[in-house]
Ligand binder design. Structure first.
Ligand code: ATP
Ligand code: BTN
Length: 235
């Protein structure tokens, strides 16, 4: 694995994209600060001080499988560093959240971008960010772990877990399912042109969210231009 570190970059995902032909499989790019962080579907990603931002290049990857794998790895790594009171979980499909007394906050986003047959996986974790930052930037669903652990410790553990994992996708999915906070809860599925209500009951063998609808039927939710929320809250 090659690790490139920078004080500041516009976006670690963009940096890999710009140099993709020069980089080998598993190249990781870290920036202490991002000035133009990107979220899913063109959304803006705020990268304040205290956020861990890095990206990895995965040659010949499957974007769905990779998103689920990194979500599981990041969630399990963060659980090791957090107190038992802070429940770290996965909000389907690419967000890591914490549940403190039923109040869910997004503390990490994972962005997988497919470039030809390659995938760029970008991870932003709010390790130690002041809560006032999110209020000031209009992000009511965002939160911080308030962990003083050095960024490089968490980063290197996530990378190592990825490099040494050898579990089949079916095992990744069973871990994903136990960590996914949506399963067993009512959901509001927001598509670009409509909203569908249901109850999330399972994760399919393709990693989709499997939901019961209001008429006794079932539907599956793929990633893409869709948001899965709670009926009234973020989860
Ligand atoms: P959903 O999948 O339900 O739409 P989401 O609103 O979190 O979830 P994503 O596309 O997963 O949407 O993530 C991008 C969003 O994350 C941005 O639109 C913004 O609301 C939020 N966001 C931006 N910066 C941060 C941050 N540092 N921490 C937490 N959330 C952030
Ligand atoms: C999301 O929740 O929509 C995904 C957010 C991904 C943010 C990370 S930070 C490192 C990498 N560089 C970016 O510009 N985005 C990802």
């Amino acid at each position: 694995m090659q690790l490139l570190t920078f004080d500041t970059l516009p976006s670690t995902n963009d940096y890999i994209r710009e140099h993709i032909l020069e980089f080998a499989d598993n190249t990781a790019v870290f920036a202490d600060k991002q000035t133009n962080g990107k979220g899913r579907v063109g959304k803006k990603w705020e990268s304040p001080n205290g956020q861990l931002c890095f990206s990895m290049l995965v040659k010949n990857g499957d974007p769905i499988g990779i998103t689920h794998l990194f979500a599981v790895i990041v969630c399990e790594v963060l659980r090791k560093f957090c107190s038992k009171k802070v429940q770290v979980g996965i909000k389907w499909c690419n967000d890591i959240v914490i549940d403190i007394d039923g109040n869910y906050k997004k503390i990490c986003g994972i962005l997988c971008e497919k470039i030809g047959t390659d995938i760029i996986v970008g991870i932003g974790i709010n390790l130690n960010v002041a809560d006032s930052y999110f209020a000031e930037h209009g992000l009511p669903n965002a939160g911080s772990l308030h962990l003083e652990t050095d960024k490089s410790v968490i980063r290197d553990l996530v990378i190592a877990e990825y490099e040494y994992h050898n579990k089949p996708f079916v095992d990744v999915l069973s871990r994903y399912k136990t960590l996914c906070v949506n399963v067993g809860k009512p959901v509001k599925v927001i598509y670009p042109t409509r909203i569908v209500y249901g109850n999330a009951v399972d994760i399919t063998d393709k990693g989709e969210l499997y939901c019961a609808d209001e008429n006794g039927g079932y539907f599956t939710v793929n990633s893409g231009e869709v948001s899965v929320r709670g009926i009234t809250d973020y989860v």
